[in-house]
Design a protein around this ligand. Structure first.
Ligand SMILES: C[S@@+](CC[C@H](N)C(=O)[O-])C[C@H]1O[C@@H](n2cnc3c(N)ncnc32)[C@H](O)[C@@H]1O
Length: 400
């Protein structure tokens, strides 16, 4: 039976009781930032909001969400949040003057974000930060992450239905023919190539990726210490390892592991940045992961946020380049989001990332999805390790 259009008093009562019960376990100091108990409370509060929302209002709810995005993106572009004092307030005319944006236009954009609770308006009509707008004023920060997803994904996939109508209703197998390259009018090129045509976009994209990588757990739930090797056998090759932050985090969490047994493999440009990040004993190696893996018999090959960039077919190609280099006890470690079979509101960040990747021909996978690509490459999933706090997973695989 369908639930009533608007919640009954009894339902509201029950949901309030569940919310109060969740609040009893709320402790922001619990396990780092209390992610689990916060998520439980948010989820209960959202259930209450949903039950009180009339389906007739849903269109307005969705449009408000979309329009908030437009307003935030525009305000980021004119650096509005950076012109609001961190611990004071500013009048409309002062803010308008500081940015050379027409007052009437600015007021309309600010209204939108005040109504959603992103920004505050005081009794005297001045504007002041909330914790959200203040965070968006900092660089790097979540505002850059939002900007990246908005520019490089949302704007490219907003008419996805038309793309599918033309191309057929199936996942994209080749990023050169993805919604991203289609919308850019540059089908046949790699996504990175298209992005690199506008250096500011590439810069924002890299900044956003760094935010994603930094805020997703890597250590603390997987024992990298067990990968230690005798003699000079390589411990870990970070394939497509970016600027080297993953290796740095592993070395910091496991000081017994020797940096000279770590290898960062990347394309030329990110490698140059890595030298400023990593201890000099770490080996930096230029390597294209579509070619044969040159480091033989490493204890582990790490692929962090690499598999999620590509379709199943391409992932299998990348994995197959590593397989011939592996020793019988070598491991492949895939560090991506790992979606559960049954999703709930707590999986929203990972599922949002999946739609972002869909746009570029990539994919977030479940254990089932990862097992599929691993076995097609001659590998088998040993175990999936999940971060106990926040997001992060490591999927351990070996030769089948
Ligand atoms: C999503 S980023 C992940 C970076 C890093 N592993 C992390 O977690 O921050 C993907 C990385 O793959 C690198 N990459 C792309 N194509 C590559 C290729 N053909 N060979 C090697 N690296 C590549 C990019 O330079 C980029 O740093």
């Amino acid at each position: 039976m369908l639930p009533p259009v608007v919640a009954t008093v009894q339902q509201v009562d029950e949901q309030m009781s569940r919310l109060v019960a969740a609040a009893k376990h709320y402790d922001p100091a619990l396990s780092q930032d209390g992610t689990a108990c916060r998520m439980r409370m948010i989820s209960q509060a959202q259930e209450l909001i949903r039950s009180l929302t009339n389906p007739a209002d849903m269109g307005a709810v969705h449009l408000a969400q979309a329009n908030e995005l437009v307003a935030v993106r525009t305000l980021l572009h004119v650096k509005a949040f950076r012109h609001i004092p961190p611990d004071g307030s500013i009048s409309l005319s002062a803010l308008s003057g500081a940015m050379d944006v027409q007052e009437a236009l600015l007021e309309r954009l600010l209204r939108m974000v005040v109504c959603t609770g992103f920004l505050r308006q005081l009794q005297n009509a001045d504007y002041a930060h909330t914790k959200f707008s203040l965070a968006y004023a900092s660089i790097p920060g979540p505002g850059m992450h939002f900007q990246l997803i908005y520019d490089e994904s949302f704007l490219m996939i907003d008419n996805y239905h038309l793309f599918l109508e033309q191309k057929g209703y199936k996942e994209t197998d080749d990023q050169r023919y993805s919604p991203y390259t289609w919308k850019s009018g540059q089908e046949g090129k790699m996504v990175w190539e298209v992005m690199a045509q506008t250096p500011e976009r590439l810069h924002a994209f890299q900044g956003g990726l760094a935010h994603l990588s930094h805020t997703t757990r890597l250590t603390g739930f997987y024992d990298f210490g067990k990968l230690n090797t005798e003699s000079d056998r390589p411990i870990l090759v970070d394939v497509g390892g970016g600027a080297g932050h993953s290796i740095l985090r592993i070395l910091q969490a496991h000081p017994q592991l020797q940096p000279n047994k770590f290898i960062l493999q990347e394309l030329k440009e990110p490698l140059e940045q890595a030298r400023t990040v990593l201890p000099e004993q770490v080996c930096l190696m230029e390597h294209d992961f579509f070619t044969q893996q040159p480091v033989k018999a490493a204890r582990a090959y790490l692929l962090r946020f690499v598999m999620h960039d590509y379709s199943d077919t391409v992932c299998v190609e990348i994995l197959k380049q590593i397989v011939p280099a592996m020793a019988p006890d070598s491991l492949i470690l895939i560090s991506d989001f790992c979606l559960p079979e049954l999703v709930s509101s707590t999986d929203l960040p990972a599922v949002t990332m999946d739609i972002t990747m869909l746009n570029m021909g990539g994919k977030e996978r479940s254990e089932r999805g990862l097992t599929k690509i691993l076995s097609a490459a001659g590998l088998e999933l040993v175990k999936a390790y999940h971060a106990d706090v926040g997001f992060g997973a490591i999927i351990e695989a070996r030769l089948a």
